[in-house]
Design a protein around this ligand. Structure first.
Ligand SMILES: Cc1ncc(COP(=O)(O)O)c(C=O)c1O
Length: 439
């Protein structure tokens, strides 16, 4: 049903990452969603071209998830996770470790990607403290997004996210990002740029490898517009980490759970990290949840070296492993498995990328990038960064397509349940909107 919300009822919520004044003057509300479509408060049918925020590959309002959460909420809505537990969180941890790389068998639950990153930072600190190694430096990368908590913000390589928050954790150094601009409109991995990974070795030489605790990277940088790693880049990072005893952390918050057509990006690029952060598709976006999965050597060292009879890791959240989120997580992983959705994503990838790259011929488009079921369409700058992106996103919405924009790049992430016709619809609506902006 189409209905209008009185404007004054929007004032009380301070919206995240939103131009509040503009939104409240021109609201774009979703009043219902089913599978790959959403309905706006004006009744517009909108194709979800970014799986929400890259989190709902199995589609909105999946009946099996609704049923699982509904059952759980009637059985047990809350158990303290500190020193007690409930069966669902152990079951979910076991299910996750069935699809993570070998020897990554321990899962710490949190409530978001940002919490996963801050937790991973603390796990790294705890690991080296248990080893009696004084490593206090972290390596991240320009154009990285690792959430918004202070740890993730410190790792962030996005200037706007940092500029009004001057107090971040010290001793973070940033690798150069991997978008060189040399290979525009390149499908898949750039062939050039592996040497950018050697920045890590330069840091090791400059600061002393023994001072560096961990290197955090998104295998494919998502929020800055799908920056695909050059061929050999992640392997090179792994080699340098091995050489200097640095832990390699993959932030798989977007790339995890099939987005690359494999379980995790670690599998796609055949590189094993020591720690993986995850969130989003873990519950198909239906309930807030994140997780940190660690290599056995990390869990074993921290738990074995602790004072007997005491807590080993002084960290956790009231809602770590919340029963309803766990029920949603178990149901989501079951759906991915039963419906073979990662394989489906893999099979759809070629068609998606082929269609996506047709947009590169448009005058407004500066670059198209993509791998798996993840793509970036970067528009030419108009006046100032973000101006055209923000206007474009709004127009797209009323043209019946949701795409998340960061600055002037649209980040496209089809649901794994899309048929080819949905890819066609996505590209048609994107092109139509480009045409409305001018050739
Ligand atoms: C790679 C990455 N890490 C961390 C986060 C933060 O996740 P959340 O918004 O759930 O805190 C995001 C969110 O988009 C992300 O893309």
């Amino acid at each position: 049903m189409a209905y209008d919300i009185p404007l004054n009822s929007l004032e009380n919520q301070w919206m995240p990452f939103t131009d509040n004044k503009d939104f409240k003057n021109n609201p774009r509300l979703i009043t219902s969603a089913k599978e790959m479509y959403m309905t706006s408060h004006r009744g517009t049918k909108i194709l979800d071209g970014s799986s929400g925020l890259f989190c709902s590959p199995a589609g909105h309002c999946h009946p099996k998830i609704i049923e699982a959460v509904n059952k759980q909420i009637q059985k047990n809505t809350y158990t303290s996770p500190f020193g007690s537990g409930h069966p669902e969180s152990f079951k979910l941890a076991e299910k996750i470790t069935k699809i993570t790389p070998d020897e990554m068998n321990h899962v710490f639950f949190v409530n978001s990607g940002s919490e996963a990153i801050d937790t991973a930072i603390k796990i790294v600190m705890s690991y080296f403290s248990s080893k009696n190694e004084n490593r206090y430096r972290f390596v991240s990368r320009e154009r990285a997004y690792h959430g918004v908590n202070i740890g993730g913000l410190s790792l962030s390589g996005m200037a706007n996210n940092r500029k009004s928050f001057p107090l971040v954790i010290p001793n973070v150094v940033h690798l150069r990002h991997t978008w060189t601009g040399e290979e525009l409109n390149k499908k898949g991995q750039p062939s050039k740029g592996v040497e950018l990974a050697n920045d890590l070795e330069r840091f090791a030489n400059n600061y002393g490898g023994e001072s560096i605790a961990a290197c955090f990277v998104e295998p494919v940088a998502g929020s800055t517009g799908t920056l695909v790693p050059p061929v050999g880049y992640l392997k090179r990072l792994r080699e340098i980490c091995n050489k200097y005893g640095i832990l390699l952390v993959f932030d798989e918050v977007i790339t995890g759970f099939g987005r690359m057509g494999t379980n995790f990006a670690a599998d796609k690029f055949d590189v094993k990290p020591d720690i993986m952060t995850m969130a989003k598709a873990l519950t198909n976006g239906s309930m807030p949840m994140g997780a940190v999965c660690v290599h056995d050597k990390i869990y074993n060292l921290i738990t074995e070296n602790a004072i007997p009879g005491s807590i080993e890791f002084f960290h956790g959240y009231t809602y770590s492993g919340h029963p309803c989120s766990c029920a949603a997580g178990i149901a989501s992983l079951n759906i991915y498995e039963e419906e073979d959705l990662f394989e489906r994503a893999n099979n759809l990838s070629d068609y998606f990328l082929e269609a996506l790259f047709t947009l590169s011929d448009h005058d407004l488009v500066k670059d198209v990038r993509g791998i798996g079921l993840m793509g970036g369409v970067e528009l030419h700058l108009r006046n100032k960064a973000g101006e055209i992106g923000s206007e474009f996103q709004k127009k797209l919405f009323w043209n019946g397509l949701h795409v998340k924009f960061t600055s002037d790049t649209g980040i496209i992430a089809p649901m794994f349940i899309f048929e080819k016709q949905h890819i066609d619809e996505l590209i048609e609506k994107f092109r139509k909107t480009l045409d409305q902006f001018g050739k």
